[in-house]
Design a protein around this ligand. Structure first.
Ligand code: DGY
Length: 422
């Protein structure tokens, strides 16, 4: 086992939950934690469960699991709890993040161990409530497309996918002055720009002023887009939830409810297909505009088994072309598109967690050579550059935060999957 990866998880442990990296992200983040659990599971099973249980301990009464949980107030991070004003205990941000946690819970059942099953069964009602929140509060008209109200909810903060929604909104004239902290920890050229930040904070101000009322944000909020990442991660998680519901003998009504979500979301995902990009893309529900390039999130259609066989095959073909343009898989934005920036956060760089999910999806579609390329590139990037937050797909350089929890966790997970298949 990679001791360096184990050391990172241990060093980022804050007593039952793990921070993504010190200073830049000093709290518990939703999908970071889910991946942290996947890493801990390789050497400390109980600690893996505690990570997920602490995440769900912050679940809101309406079922939402927030994207950041503030168990302290750290001046190194902005915007902190006083800006979000969630009014919850513990304090948190006001929206969610991709719900990968349910899939991780299912993966943790891999050994059929009764102790694992006990934890998963206990978590089941909370996971179900979380999925219900996504389907009811982010898709109140039951269209099968789950919306996102903030680019931070997608986890892919500054991806060009969000340019349409951000360009279409105004900055609140009363936003006031604020001091970004992220650019004092990481080179500004690797982070979102000021135009985006002003809009990120405007959405938070609107959310705070309506006390994070999801109906109001869906109907009238400044930003409403469909993220293929959330759509597909949720669909995959719904499938995992259904498998666990069957396994745990949950009531028939629950099985039917989850099955209906799956059917509806899978079919509705076709509305995200962009013929010209030959990929599933983001959709701006305010303007109707669709984003015009393939991203690493588009690739998660495979992991979710979303949409049609034909489009998923076309997606793999397009992915093959994209991979010829880069040294390392999988870029977060099409490298042939004018908006590609190799080092700027989600506008080009490779992210190990996306690679992990992409490789699983490719494998499940029997595309073993591409799955292997994605996994091997991930391992190479980490062994050459270190445990960075993300990587330049052209040079392999590590960017953003260092000693990063989910990068370490993915390395441990890949290593253990490789052992299992030998
Ligand atoms: C940040 O602070 O940049 C985070 O990505 C928000 O989740």
């Amino acid at each position: 086992m990679q001791q360096a990866a184990v050391n990172i998880l241990t060093a980022n442990d804050r007593g039952g939950f793990t921070i993504p990296t010190s200073r830049l992200y000093p709290y518990q983040w939703n999908w970071d934690s889910a991946f942290a659990a996947l890493g801990f599971a390789r050497f400390d099973r109980l600690r893996a469960w505690t990570e997920i249980e602490m995440l769900f301990a912050a679940q809101w009464n309406n079922g939402m699991v927030p994207h950041i949980i503030f168990r302290s107030n750290d001046p190194d991070y902005f915007p902190g709890p006083d800006v979000w004003q969630s009014g919850t205990e513990p304090a948190s941000s006001g929206h969610s993040q991709p719900p990968v946690a349910t899939s991780v819970v299912r993966w943790l059942l891999e050994n059929n161990a009764p102790e694992d099953r006990e934890h998963a069964e206990h978590l089941f009602p909370k996971m179900l409530a979380y999925h219900r929140w996504f389907h009811n509060h982010r898709d109140p008209d039951n269209t099968g497309l789950v919306a996102t109200i903030h680019p931070w909810e997608s986890g892919r903060d500054n991806c060009p996918d969000w340019d349409s929604g951000l360009n279409g909104m105004d900055v609140d004239p009363d936003l006031g002055d604020y001091v970004r902290r992220d650019t004092s920890h990481v080179d500004a050229s690797e982070r979102p720009n000021q135009f985006q930040y002003d809009r990120f904070l405007t959405i938070i101000k609107v959310g705070r002023e309506c006390q994070w009322n999801s109906q109001e944000l869906y109907r009238k909020g400044p930003f409403l887009m469909v993220d293929p990442g959330i759509q597909f991660i949720l669909l995959r998680a719904d499938r995992d939830l259904l498998a666990m519901a069957r396994e745990f003998g949950r009531p028939e009504t629950e099985l039917q409810e989850i099955s209906a979500w799956i059917e509806k979301s899978s079919a509705a995902s076709e509305k995200l297909w962009n013929e010209q990009a030959r990929a599933y893309c983001a959709l701006d529900l305010r303007s109707g505009h669709m984003s015009d390039a393939m991203t690493s999130a588009s690739m998660l259609a495979l992991y979710a088994k979303a949409g049609s066989d034909e489009h998923r095959n076309q997606l793999m073909e397009r992915a093959g072309e994209i991979l010829q343009e880069v040294k390392y898989a999988f870029p977060s934005w099409d490298p042939t598109h004018p908006k590609f920036e190799a080092k700027r956060y989600w506008r080009g760089p490779v992210w190990a967690i996306m690679n992990y999910m992409i490789a699983r999806g490719l494998e499940e579609h029997n595309n073993l050579p591409m799955a292997q390329r994605v996994r091997e590139d991930t391992e190479k990037l980490i062994s050459q550059a270190g445990y960075f937050e993300y990587f330049d797909p052209l040079t392999g350089e590590g960017c953003g935060g260092d000693d990063f929890t989910w990068t370490a966790a993915v390395q441990l997970a890949i290593e253990s999957n490789a052992k299992e298949s030998n």
